[in-house]
Design a protein around this ligand. Structure first.
Ligand code: NAD
Ligand code: UDP
Length: 321
């Protein structure tokens, strides 16, 4: 990416901030567009003094204007945690519809490659396991998660239409549960929630009987997969996710034990339409991008626990607002 000029929408978020750092580290110039809907400036602390990095306050649903050439548009702007998109249902749908249109229009105007950060949620509560990219999914279009799932499905359809109708060089990655430093302690996703609860000695809230599974991918691996797609000319979709499937109860027990916590496990109500099983079929990513996740779950969780322990229980490093 050396010398490339890259626009990252949602670049202040959990994944986006790691993407921006990786890009500037490889010599790219980064323009980050974000409205802090679900993030804080603290995520960008390490980039503030970097001459290759520019932050622009921007709600991508209002339109996007960037001066000068752009080689690549990475579109990540959208609430992503269930707690966030249930709190911001209409904003989530607008990010997926108007926001994705505006990001695609920018790529069209600049002749840039465009990569959409889509999600395993397009598979809904999958009836095939593991999920290959040619599986069409099982989504309830009027359920509570639909605001996110259908936005991303719409974004994928829109991206495909800009490719076929406008000739934009597009790529779609379907990201499966990623985790790591800079997740917000209260964003509701399972890893930061269990770590926060374990460190605070509070009960770990396992939904249902905890037998539902997820396949977790450490953020450095996720970013590597996303950027491998960006550097290719493949259209995708390509699954980017972990290789090691765990039940939610196993995850709770693992985090409790690695933090030395004496928290109890408390079973709470399973959210509606919560997917039962989730694991990516990674053969396409391996074949097309020569990418596979490398960080073992134990190592990634240890790094994440250390970050939360250092940053403070609310995940905000001292000195950053
Ligand atoms: P996040 O909530 O930390 O980051 C999203 C960022 O988008 C935030 O900085 C937020 O302020 C910004 N944003 C939201 N609406 C915006 C708008 N209208 N205009 C400008 N900025 C806006 O979430 P994340 O986990 O970093 O996810 C980033 C992207 O990756 C999302 O598109 C998400 O759907 C996708 N994704 C993430 C995961 C994961 O496990 N983290 C899995 C699948 C897909
Ligand atoms: N979960 C849980 N306790 C929590 C938060 C989440 O048991 O405090 C469960 C959730 O019901 C789901 C899984 O963990 O089965 C992953 O949830 P998350 O919100 O991280 O992501 P999702 O894969 O549902 O988008």
């Amino acid at each position: 990416m050396n010398g490339a000029r890259v626009v990252v929408t949602g670049g202040a978020g959990f994944l986006g901030s790691h993407v921006c750092e990786s890009l500037t580290g490889s010599g790219a110039e980064v323009i980050c567009l974000d409205n802090y809907a679900t993030s804080t400036p603290a995520n960008l602390a390490g980039l503030r003094d970097d001459a290759r990095f520019t932050f622009v306050t921007c709600d991508v649903t209002d339109g996007i204007r960037v001066d000068g050439p752009v080689d690549l548009v990475l579109h990540l702007a959208s609430p992503a945690s269930p707690v966030d998109y249930l709190r911001l249902p209409l904003e989530t749908m607008r990010a997926g519809s108007a926001g994705t249109t505006n990001a695609l229009e920018l790529a069209l105007e600049k002749g840039a490659r465009f990569v959409l950060a889509s999600t395993s949620e397009v598979y809904g509560d999958p009836l095939r396991h593991p999920q290959p990219e040619d599986y069409w999914g099982n989504v309830n279009p009027i359920g509570p998660r639909a605001v996110y799932d259908e936005s991303k499905r719409f974004s994928e359809a829109l991206t495909s239409a800009y490719r076929s109708e406008r000739g934009v060089d597009t790529g779609i990655v379907r990201i499966f549960n990623s985790y790591g430093p800079r997740m917000r302690a209260h964003d509701g996703r399972v890893v930061p929630t269990f770590i926060r609860q374990a460190l605070a000695g509070e009960p770990l809230t396992v939904a249902g009987d905890g037998s539902q599974t997820r396949t977790l991918c450490y953020v450095a691996d996720t970013v590597g997969g996303l950027l491998a797609m960006a550097g290719s000319d493949h259209a995708g979709p390509v699954n980017i996710g972990g290789a090691h499937e765990v039940t939610v109860l196993e995850l709770a027990e693992r985090i409790r034990s690695m933090t030395g916590s004496r928290s109890e496990i408390r079973f709470v109500e399973l959210p509606e339409n919560d997917p039962r099983l989730r694991r990516p079929d990674l053969s396409r990513a391996t074949r097309l991008l020569r990418w596979r996740p490398r960080v073992r779950l134990g190592d990634g969780l240890a790094q994440t626990v250390r970050w939360f322990a250092d940053a403070g229980i609310d995940g905000v490093p001292a000195g950053h607002g």
